[in-house]
Ligand binder design. Structure first.
Ligand SMILES: [Zn+2]
Length: 288
């Protein structure tokens, strides 16, 4: 079985990105797996603390292990935005491949101190787990928002990125480069798209020389995605777009069969809707 580090090394060399998609139910999970298998691409699946609370930490790990075992498939599991050492340890013990310790809401020095503690705790359970950390503020909610959250829009500087990586020795860095969690209502219909600062991505990559993740990918301009990946983003997160597709799929499934009570018959439309989004993003992220 190929490791996540090997998959990321190859993606970095090829200047493509590995898609990371969140799930909290079997409809979304199966949709992500089906899209990745159709395209024959490695894929990351992730769960925030809230999503893990719903699925169960070990239960999520068991789903991913089942797909690996059945198809020998390069699917990797990430503990997205983990805010406590205890939750990071639980994910490490359950067999997650990557853990994001998110101290981005803390003052810079405190973020460094807490990230170092988290790395030590995680690596003492399994040194092969990749640890990602986040600097800069890009909001916290994968939802449809009325306005851009306060404080979003300040970019990470190459100097603070270098300082953070040298102090923590983290494996993967998530900087703020014009990206944002969630989507504005105007982005849902596609008339407004998020724009990224490509030059800043290249400068930070040159400063840190480790893997970088683009969070908050939903609603981003396609050309900016391509350029961001060529400039050093090796993992790209998409969540809100999948949630929107899931919801419209569930609504369509219910509307199509008003008397239906079998969940698997209703949720087929949600699987199809999420799969379509994942397929289109995987195709974009893997294009050379
Ligand atoms: Zn994120």
């Amino acid at each position: 079985m190929t490791s996540l580090r090997e998959v990321l090394n190859r993606a970095e060399a090829d200047k493509v990105a590995v898609g990371h998609f969140n799930f909290s139910d079997l409809a979304a999970f199966n949709a992500i797996v089906a899209a990745a298998r159709d395209k024959r691409l490695p894929v990351m699946v992730g769960l925030s603390e809230g999503e893990r609370e719903f699925t169960g930490v070990r239960q999520a790990a068991a789903l991913v292990k089942a797909v690996r075992d059945e198809y020998d498939y390069p699917i990797f599991l990430n503990a997205d935005h983990t805010h406590s050492i205890a939750n990071a340890e639980a994910a490490a013990k359950a067999g997650f491949d990557e853990i994001i310790f998110d101290g981005s809401a803390l003052p810079f020095e405190e973020n460094i101190a807490q990230t170092k503690k988290a790395i030590e705790a995680i690596k003492s359970i399994n040194p092969a787990i990749l640890v990602e950390a986040e600097i800069g503020w890009i909001g916290a909610s994968s939802a449809v928002l009325d306005k851009i959250p306060d404080g979003v829009g300040v970019l990470t500087t190459p100097d603070e990125a270098r300082q953070f990586v040298e102090a923590t020795l983290v494996d993967v860095l998530a900087p703020a480069v014009g990206n944002m969690h969630g989507m504005l209502a105007s982005m849902v219909h596609g008339n407004v798209r998020k724009r990224l600062n490509i030059e800043r991505i290249a400068e930070i990559k040159a400063a840190v020389r480790i893997f970088m993740t683009l969070h908050g990918g939903s609603g981003t301009n396609d050309d900016d995605f391509r350029k961001a990946i060529k400039s050093g983003m090796t993992i790209v997160h998409v969540n809100t777009e999948l949630r929107l597709a899931w919801r419209s799929g569930v609504e369509a499934g219910l509307a199509a069969a008003p008397n239906e009570v079998a969940p698997y018959k209703i949720l087929g439309a949600a699987v199809a809707a999420v799969k379509e989004v994942v397929s289109s993003r995987l195709e974009l992220f893997s294009s050379r």
